[in-house]
Design a protein around this ligand. Structure first.
Ligand code: PLP
Length: 283
């Protein structure tokens, strides 16, 4: 049985750990029907990105139209968008087809340091896509880039961030338009505030902060796992959220369940490749 149609607009990772390949595995694992519009081909593996071939925006547009006009779509999820004109085109398509559920993972730079979105395209992302986004899932470096490009410099430049700083960053990003913002704390292996740290036996935790349209604030806590199997975790998390939404689950519950899915996927990751390998998508 198919539980919702999800169109992923993103780049391909030929080694299967991130990008469209990861997205499709996550959506299959959640029982959803996955469609893809490819924005770029990458030649990469667990060691890094060897090359990027960007697909012209008008051909990405043809793929999006082919999917939506025939099969239809419940949720669109975007990942690596590769080019500024692709971003503008996606915003036009989302509006044209009245798509009301849009999950945007603002992919900018890979863990290995490859530029997956030209820096100047952050303006287009902010201007065209953020105002129509349902759930935006930046990590701390992405949140920092979005904020500094939009003139919010104070928190963007702060070296050590607390959980409430992350909340404030999320709120500032929300002012740019997204209904829900999930700021992912995985890049800051910090300690949570002392009361919770003690209750948790001083174990290190990662805190993701979800901010909602009516001022809701949810903190989702996961044990910090020191692991090299984190390639594609951002793509996989956003796809798991999109899967929940495609099944009609509300955003906070979709986010919580997606965080648990990623936590378990890192724990049971296969040993693949010689570098930063993928998590386990089927568990
Ligand atoms: N390659 C592609 C095509 C992606 O879409 C992404 C993430 O969104 C990455 C690479 C980044 O993967 P990571 O930084 O997890 O290694």
């Amino acid at each position: 049985m198919i539980n919702g149609r999800v169109l992923v607009i993103a780049g391909s990772d030929c080694s299967g750990g991130a990008g469209l390949e990861a997205d499709q595995k996550v959506l299959a694992a959640h029982g959803c029907y996955a469609m893809t519009a490819t924005t770029a081909l990458t030649a990469q593996n667990t060691m890094g990105v060897k090359g990027i071939h960007v697909i012209p925006a008008d051909f990405v547009e043809k793929q999006i139209q082919a999917c939506i006009e025939d099969v239809g779509v419940d949720v669109i999820k975007t990942g690596m968008l590769a080019a500024a004109d692709t971003i503008e085109m996606i915003a036009r398509q989302v509006e044209k087809h009245n798509v009301t559920s849009l999950v945007v993972d603002p992919v900018m730079v890979s863990t290995s340091g490859a530029q997956l979105l030209p820096h100047e395209a952050i303006q287009q992302l902010s201007k065209h896509l953020l105002p129509i986004t349902t759930v935006l899932t930046p990590n701390i470096p992405e949140a920092t880039l979005i904020l500094s490009e939009n003139g919010y410099c104070e928190l963007a430049q702060k070296q050590i961030l607390s959980v409430s700083d992350i909340e404030s960053m999320g709120r500032q990003i929300q002012a740019l338009g997204p209904k829900w913002v999930l700021v992912k704390g995985g890049h800051l292996p910090f300690r949570f505030d002392m009361t919770i740290a003690k209750a948790e036996n001083e174990k290190e935790v990662v805190v993701d902060v979800l901010l909602g349209p009516e001022g809701q604030v949810f903190r989702v806590q996961s044990p910090y796992q020191s692991s090299t199997s984190t390639h594609g975790t951002g793509c996989s998390l956003a796809s798991a959220i999109a899967a929940g939404m495609a099944k009609g689950i509300d955003v906070p519950a979709s986010v919580r369940s997606a965080c648990r899915y990623i936590e378990a996927g890192i724990r049971s990751a296969p040993k693949l490749g010689n570098g930063n390998g993928p998590l386990d998508h089927f568990h």
